[in-house]
Design a protein around this ligand. Structure first.
Ligand code: HSE
Length: 420
């Protein structure tokens, strides 16, 4: 049997999952793939796990993987941007295959690796939505299709936080701490809660689905840290969950991409995707609407996707993605003219007439209200909560800036989109 010699870079959460899978299934995998898989070297800044029994040499020098002519495939699991980028570039120059879970490097630098992505020398299934084979789904399984929209929950940490705040009534901070302890969160959790990680993943899906350059800078990104437990409760009373979404939509020859928290009606499956689970709903011309769901982060789940890329290399499968070269037919725009229903919460001094002043300001701006209620709070305060009918961003912006001037308004007005 021929063999593939693997150099593993990193010993973090996903790398440990990879080693665990390897320990349990090395022989079975080799049998399935018709190719003996060997981890010959592991490089990491420090040796945090016991490598006894793996039969691999350990090094603290990442470049020793690139220099080792016996290594066929480098699995980059060190994370971060710069060191990983250098390692990937150097490995590709040495004609090694590279498998990475690094969404940041692919989203920001994928355009300089178009040739290697097209040839299948560089693969990154684990970079998007953990265990879910969404890139192969889009790239191979749905290759016949044009995509109308992709709507996903692709950051497990944000979903875990919002689900926990909803189900357990836990605070934002407690929930984030738990996600960190469980190994889901990024080294810098700002990447999770500010929507950057989801924007990296959306950039990758958008490039593959629409054959576009990787355009991370064109994704509008809004985080979840302004969502309060009260918003989650009020939304629920009106029949919605609040979910951290990543959405790309095509309209004619234009596509627009945005990461934002949104109210999702309870009768949509996306609203029921909780905890660290990810889900992606894909609308296409022939296959219709497909729904992919599964664990989006975590050691073994993400490592499962790394092994899937390794499997494609072992079977000499070529690229799992559509060709990126020369397919720039669509224009990526900013979704600045979008129209959606909005959830609005006005925290006010509960004085006579304030409810009417707010609703008439909305009406004067041409914004109609679908549902509205008032919650009385202590200290003579109240929250006026509503969902509007679809309105343009511009009309809502103008109206809220006028209403925000009212002396009874106590805090910045909360505004969350509703997924249409
Ligand atoms: N921090 C990421 C998440 C890890 O929470 O989804 C998986 O990419």
């Amino acid at each position: 049997m021929e063999s593939i010699n693997i150099g593993l870079a990193g010993l973090g959460t996903v790398a440990q999952g990879f080693i665990e899978i390897f320990g349990q299934k090395k022989q079975a995998l080799s049998d399935k793939l018709g190719m003996e898989l060997k981890i010959v070297k592991v490089a990491s800044r420090s040796q945090k796990v016991d490598l006894e029994g793996l039969g691999a040499v350990f090094s603290t020098d990442l470049s020793s993987l690139v220099e080792d002519s016996a290594i066929d495939v480098i699995i980059e699991l060190i994370g971060g941007e710069q060191d990983a980028l250098e390692l990937i570039s150097a490995a590709l120059k040495q004609n090694k295959h590279v498998v990475t879970a690094n969404k940041e490097v692919i989203a920001k630098h994928g355009n300089s690796f178009k040739g290697e992505i097209d040839s299948g020398q560089l693969r990154f299934e684990a970079a998007v939505a953990g265990a879910i084979p969404i890139l192969q789904g889009i790239g191979v399984g749905m290759v016949a299709n044009d995509f109308g929209s992709i709507t996903g929950i692709v950051n497990g940490t944000s979903n875990y936080i919002l689900s926990n705040m909803s189900r357990e009534g836990a605070s934002f901070e407690e929930s984030l701490k738990q996600a960190q302890e469980l190994g889901f969160a990024e080294a810098d959790p700002g990447f999770d809660i500010d929507g950057i990680d989801a924007a990296h993943k959306l950039t990758i899906m958008m490039a593959l689905a629409y054959g576009q350059p990787f355009s991370f800078d064109k994704v509008i990104t809004e985080g979840i840290s302004h969502i309060t437990s009260s918003d989650i409760q009020y939304a629920s009373e009106m029949g919605f969950a609040i979910k951290p979404l990543a959405v790309v939509r095509r309209s004619g020859d234009e596509i627009a991409a945005m990461v934002y928290p949104a109210l999702v009606e309870f009768d949509r499956i996306l609203s029921q995707v909780n905890g660290v689970m990810n889900a992606i709903e894909v609308e296409s011309d022939y296959a219709g609407r497909l729904f992919f769901s599964g664990p989006g982060a975590g050691s073994l789940a993400t490592a499962s996707a790394v092994v899937s890329d390794l499997g494609l290399i072992a079977r000499n499968q070529g690229s799992a993605y559509p060709r990126l070269m020369g397919m720039e037919k669509l224009r990526i725009t900013y979704p600045d003219q979008s129209t959606s229903s909005c959830y609005l919460r006005f925290d006010v001094v509960d004085e006579k007439g304030i409810f009417a002043r707010i609703t008439s300001a909305l009406s004067e701006s041409g914004i109609s209200i679908d549902e509205v209620f008032q919650k009385n709070l202590d200290g003579g305060r109240a929250s006026i909560v509503m969902i509007t009918h679809p309105a343009s961003d511009k009309d809502i912006d103008n109206c809220l800036s006028n209403v925000g001037e009212l002396s009874e308004i106590l805090k910045p007005i909360q505004r969350i989109r509703v997924l249409s």
